[in-house]
Design a protein around this ligand. Structure first.
Ligand SMILES: CC(C)(COP(=O)(O)OP(=O)(O)OC[C@H]1O[C@@H](n2cnc3c(N)ncnc32)[C@H](O)[C@@H]1OP(=O)(O)O)[C@@H](O)C(=O)NCCC(=O)NCCS
Length: 444
């Protein structure tokens, strides 16, 4: 794949080695969807220092070449700690979220210059034009609970016109975690906060935090997707359940979504091809935090298996749903979403991606408990699954139904299609089941 400027300079082999023509086809389907959208990439200082950083820059060049407009925000935590140790100067904090005394500010400015410079160098190697800006106006945080925060700043205004002007001229803006106060003096700003503010000002469609963590770790497990409402509730009621290294990201993700940024991703910036996989594959590798109107829908967990089995049993008896053993549900629990009322599961749906046809996703096992039917829950479940399918790269959804096909066609705009449109492996299962369901499709 060429670099962002379309030059004939060979791209770094490491980044191209794994891209096959099928991957390329998969990626190209996103081009019209993401073209001209703004993605804010927020890099922790430690990611800039990581050996994968050069690969990450190639990935950024790929995004640019696909017409995605990128803004880079960076942190300096690791470099600030290192400088403090090297010079034997104690710092008041390394993430810009506490007090910044004069010595810490001085080191923060030096660390910022160093990190920005590394980014400049790397982008230059990838033939991308970029500029370090003074687009962030800040105000001193002031005195909090009696403690003067000194040189710590909060974002007052992001110069949107300036940044859009650069982006429009194909120049990638680099934003340091330093803002400029009313008197032009520097103030240290937390980079997660900065990413959220910049994304809001530019009406970005995504923030992607590139951080040294496998994703959003909650109670020791990585959550692949979570709604903003669920995350907000966690931050309020059980903040300790979130791993320390992602709490600030989670907080600012919620904040960004509340101000209109639809999606925030957390991606391990140390993983080769991680950024591209997160954006261009069905599964992603990190965590997605999304805004939604579907507060009551969540991903099922292993704890729900027994209940899901019981829930769908009567529909299986009536042949409305295909029989699945408890073990089969457990094995495929990642495909299930459930709808809860007062913490009771009253509906479910599955979403499945065909490995050999990633642009097609299957919606299945749709079931709403009879007493709750007719309240729009079935529709919501299908709409939600479609939204997730689209988010993960599908362009078409298919549902196979024996008795509720009219629900899909008359209520949800699905059309009947020939079974031959199913991937081979799925068609085989279809034939073997003997149920002869109608094949219903919808373009997303
Ligand atoms: C099909 C099902 C999921 C619908 O859920 P729901 O929550 O009742 O649906 P909604 O409230 O969103 O929509 C209700 C509307 O769909 C219509 N509808 C419901 N089931 C229907 C069906 N089988 N055929 C045609 N229309 C149907 C209702 O008449 C209602 O119409 P209205 O809005 O004009 O009043 C639910 O009836 C169910 O769980 N059925 C048993 C399992 C099943 O068949 N699943 C489908 C497997 S693919």
């Amino acid at each position: 794949m060429s670099n962002g400027q379309g030059s004939d300079k060979p791209a770094q082999p490491a980044a191209t080695a794994t891209i096959k023509p099928t991957d390329l086809r998969g990626i190209l389907k996103y081009v019209p969807r993401f073209q001209d959208q703004i993605f804010v990439l927020a890099l922790d200082g430690s990611i800039v220092a990581d050996e994968n950083f050069s690969n990450l820059l190639v990935d950024i060049a790929v995004l640019r070449s696909l017409g995605i407009r990128v803004v880079l925000v960076h942190g300096i935590g690791q470099q600030l700690d290192e400088l403090s140790e090297l010079r034997n100067i104690p710092i008041t904090n390394s993430d810009g979220a506490g007090v910044t005394d004069a010595a810490t500010l001085d080191l923060a400015i030096r660390a910022s210059a160093r990190v920005s410079h590394l980014i400049l160098e790397g982008l230059t190697q990838n033939s991308l034009k970029c500029a370090i800006t003074n687009a962030v106006r800040a105000l001193p945080v002031g005195i909090l609970k009696g403690v003067d925060q000194q040189h710590t700043g909060k974002v007052d205004r992001v110069d949107k016109e300036f940044l859009l002007h650069l982006i429009g001229a194909d120049i990638l803006p680099i934003l340091q975690p330093i803002g400029y106060g009313p008197d032009g003096r520097s103030l240290r700003v937390n980079s997660d906060l900065l990413a959220a503010e910049v994304a809001e000002a530019l009406a970005a469609s995504k923030i992607i935090f590139l951080t040294p963590a496998a994703g959003l770790e909650i109670d020791g497990e990585i959550r692949r997707d979570i709604s903003v409402d669920a995350l907000r509730a966690l931050l309020k009621d059980a903040p300790a359940s979130l791993a320390d290294n992602v709490r600030s990201k989670a907080l600012h993700a919620v904040r960004a979504i509340e101000t209109g940024v639809p999606r925030v991703h957390l991606v391990d910036g140390r993983v080769f091809d991680g950024l591209l996989n997160e954006i261009f594959s069905n599964d992603g590798i990190g965590s997605l935090i999304y805004a939604n109107d579907y507060q009551q829908i969540r991903k099922a967990t292993k704890r729900d298996v027994r209940f899901l089995h019981q829930l769908t049993r009567s529909a299986v008896k009536r042949e409305e749903l295909i029989h699945r053993t408890q073990q089969a549900i457990e094995k495929n629990i990642d495909q299930f979403y459930v709808f809860e009322i007062d913490e009771n599961i009253i509906a479910c749906v599955t979403l499945y991606f065909y490995p050999d046809k990633p642009q097609l996703a299957e919606i299945g096992s749709l079931y709403v408990m009879p007493v709750f039917q007719g309240r729009g829950i079935g529709r919501k479940m299908v709409e939600f699954a479609s939204m997730m399918a689209k988010e993960r790269g599908a362009s078409t959804v298919v549902a196979l139904s024996t008795q509720s096909y009219a629900f899909f066609t008359s209520k949800l705009g699905y059309e009947e299609a020939d079974k031959s449109m199913l991937p081979e492996a799925r068609l085989k299962l279809y034939e073997e089941s003997g149920r002869n369901p109608k094949v219903l499709v919808k373009q997303l």
